[in-house]
Every structure is written in structure tokens, then in C-alpha cells.
Design a protein around this ligand. Structure first.
Ligand code: IPM
Ligand code: MG
Length: 357
């Protein structure tokens, strides 16, 4: 099958990890007889440097033309001083909005091969950790108006607006229930309805949508409690359904307790059009260009791209199995290194996965 994939390398370690993701996709194309066309475009700090805009119009067009978008990472201290509109992160927020990517799927999984890297007490880890955060991605305080910093009565005031309409809640709730149906059939909706009106509406709408999904068990949790339960006993969670800002925070928490932030992929999907696939970690400017980064989150994002973006299930399975086999064979990058294992750089790690495909 012929498919076009738009590549957005971005900043920091972005180009080197994406190169490994692409190497894996090329190996998949060869093995399964597909024809993948790659088109590269600018985003983030790299785009600011080149054309003074973190998301040039040409990039949006290239993404729209593609069957899937494969992004590495954006941002870095070099651009921290820029105005909000010029910051690399703005490029990422804008592409999510432009492509209507309202559903962000972030699986956090404790691989048996990496159990030693898990930050949890052994008896807690032994109960397992296999959850997915379904985060709303185009609403909430991230995009709500009004927003700004201004003078009021001689004082500087900063403000943002937490806002959701019922349709925004409904469509992400459906994604969560549908996702749960393919897993252990449990959804925990996370909000702060003891304090926030926005969360009260969220909970009400989630309860309404649940009527169509009686086979899925629904529970509700305040976000502070959810943050605590994630470390106390993550095995209780299957699908966590939540808004943009709570999902941002909880998905970092869920991923880092697995001990392998460098391992976790994500998918951002809209109602139609191409999805965007990216590792959940950042651009790690401190190790950029040193061939030290862990490419596995990017490679696993390629697997999500194959499964969810191109509907190629067996191809996705093959990539995930190759990653597991590489770990079983004892290969590690610095971030997940353990005594007795073989330390590899970014490119060599990608090569090991390709060999196992
Ligand atoms: C993420 C990141 C982004 C977000 C930043 C880079 C804008 O933290 O994808 O989780 O807050 O959504
Ligand atoms: Mg984040």
C-alpha cells in the first residue's frame, strides 16, 4: 500500500530519534511490501530559526496532505526567552488545533523486561501497570479565552480560562469508552468537580455518554486523589479519561513511574484526517547530537502510527515485538541501563530493532 508520512523532526534530540523511527518504518515497508513516501517539514525552534514561525503554513499543508504525521520533539532553552507566539511549544499546540487532534492516547506500560527500572516499591510494581491516559487535547485552559497578563488596579494579573462545551466532553468520553472496550473495560474519569464548575459539567456529560456503554465500568476521581492513586496502586487503572491540563500532568506521572520516560509513545487523533504520533518525552537539549538518546519511544510511536494511523495491525505488532526482543536480548540506552546489560547509543539501538524485524 502506498502511504505518505509527514516527518517533523523538531529540536534537540528530535532529528536523531526520528531517524531511527524512520529506519524502522522503512524496514516495515520492505518486510510487508508497502511503499511509504516521507515528506519532511519544519516545526518548533528549528522553524523559528528558519522562517521565524514555529508552525509555518507549508508545514500545516504538508501534514494535511499526509496519511499520518510523525513528530519527534520541540523546544529548548535557546528559545525560552521568545514571545509566547514564537515559542517552539506553540508550534505543537497549533498543529494539534489545526488538525483537530482532540484525542491524545498515552499508554503507560510496565514491561517485564524493564521491571528493574520501575520507581515503585517491588510489591506495588508486582501488581502490574498497564493503563492508558485518554487526554482531551484541543480545549481546556490551554486554549480557553479570555487569557492574558495585564494591569489591574496597579497590579500585574495573569489569567486563563478553563472551559469545555458539552460536545467536546462527549467526543473524548466516547474515545475513552471505545478504548476501554478493547482493553479491560474500565474507565476512570478524572476531574475536580468538588471545586470547578467546568469539572461538574465534565462529570455530568461523561455520565450521560456512559449510558451507551453499559458494558464498561465507569468510576470518577478527583485529580489530586488520582495523582496519589497512580503511585499508591496504578494497577487499579485501565483507561484514565481526563481534560487537557490534568492529562498533561498525569501522563507524565504515569510514564515516569514505569521508570522509562524514554519508552512511551503517544497518538493524537481527530474525527478525520491524519493522526499525529510522537514520543511523550521532550527534546532533551542536554544530550542532543551526542547519540545518547533512547529512540524506543519514537519507534513505539511508529508502531502506534502503523496501528491507528494506517490501520496496519500486524505491522504494528511486528515493531512492538522487535522492541521487546531487543530489550530481552539485553540492549539498553543510558536512561534504562542496568548492571549486566549492553549499553548502546541511539543509532545502534535503532539498528538492533531493525535487525529483529
Ligand atoms: C505534552 C507537552 C506539551 C503539552 C507542551 C510541549 C506544549 O508537555 O505533549 O505533554 O503541554 O501538551
Ligand atoms: Mg506534557
Amino acid at each position: 500500500m502506498q502511504k505518505t508520512i509527514c516527518l517533523l523532526p523538531g529540536d534537540g534530540i528530535g532529528p536523531e530519534i526520528l531517524a531511527q523511527g524512520v529506519a524502522v518504518l522503512k524496514a516495515v515497508a520492505q518486510k510487508f511490501g508497502h511503499d511509504f513516501l516521507f515528506e519532511e517539514a519544519l516545526i518548533g525552534g528549528a522553524a523559528v530559526d528558519a522562517v521565524d514561525d514555529p508552525l509555518p503554513a507549508a508545514t500545516v499543508e504538508a501534514c494535511r496532505r499526509a496519511d499520518a504525521v510523525f513528530l519527534a520533539a520541540v523546544g529548548g532553552p535557546r528559545w525560552d526567552g521568545l514571545a509566547p507566539e514564537k515559542r517552539p511549544e506553540k508550534g505543537l499546540l497549533r498543529i494539534r488545533k489545526e488538525l483537530g487532534l482532540f484525542a491524545n492516547l498515552r499508554p503507560a506500560l510496565l514491561l517485564p523486561e524493564l521491571a528493574g527500572a520501575c520507581l515503585l516499591r517491588a510489591d506495588v510494581a508486582a501488581r502490574g501497570l498497564d493503563l492508558i491516559v485518554v487526554r482531551e487535547l484541543t480545549g481546556d485552559v490551554y486554549f480557553g479565552e479570555p487569557r492574558g497578563v495585564e494591569m489591574r488596579n496597579g497590579l500585574r494579573v495573569g489569567y486563563n480560562t478553563m472551559i469545555y462545551n458539552e460536545e467536546e466532553v462527549r467526543r473524548i468520553a466516547r474515545v475513552a469508552f471505545e478504548t476501554a472496550r478493547q482493553r479491560r473495560k474500565k474507565v476512570c474519569s478524572v476531574e475536580k468537580s468538588n471545586v470547578l464548575e467546568c469539572s461538574r459539567l465534565w462529570k455530568e456529560v461523561v455520565l450521560e455518554v456512559h449510558k451507551d456503554y453499559a458494558d464498561v465500568e465507569l468510576s470518577h476521581m478527583y485529580v489530586d486523589n488520582a495523582a496519589m492513586q497512580l503511585v499508591r496502586d496504578p494497577s487499579q487503572f485501565d483507561v484514565i479519561l481526563t481534560g487537557n491540563i490534568f492529562g498533561d500532568i498525569l501522563s507524565d506521572e504515569a510514564s515516569v513511574i514505569t521508570g522509562s520516560l524514554g519508552m512511551l509513545p503517544s497518538a493524537s487523533m481527530g474525527a478525520s484526517g491524519p493522526g499525529l504520533f510522537e514520543p511523550i518525552h521532550g527534546s532533551a537539549p542536554d544530550i542532543a547530537g551526542q547519540d545518547k538518546a533512547n529512540p524506543l519511544a519514537t519507534i513505539l510511536s511508529a508502531a502506534m502510527l502503523l496501528r491507528l494511523g494506517l490501520h496496519m495491525g500486524p505491522e504494528a505488532d511486528a515493531v512492538e515485538n522487535a522492541v521487546r526482543q531487543t530489550l530481552r536480548d539485553g540492549y539498553r540506552t543510558g536512561d534504562i541501563m542496568e548492571p549486566g546489560k549492553t549499553l548502546l547509543g541511539c543509532a545502534a539501538m535503532g539498528q538492533k530493532v531493525v535487525e529483529r524485524l
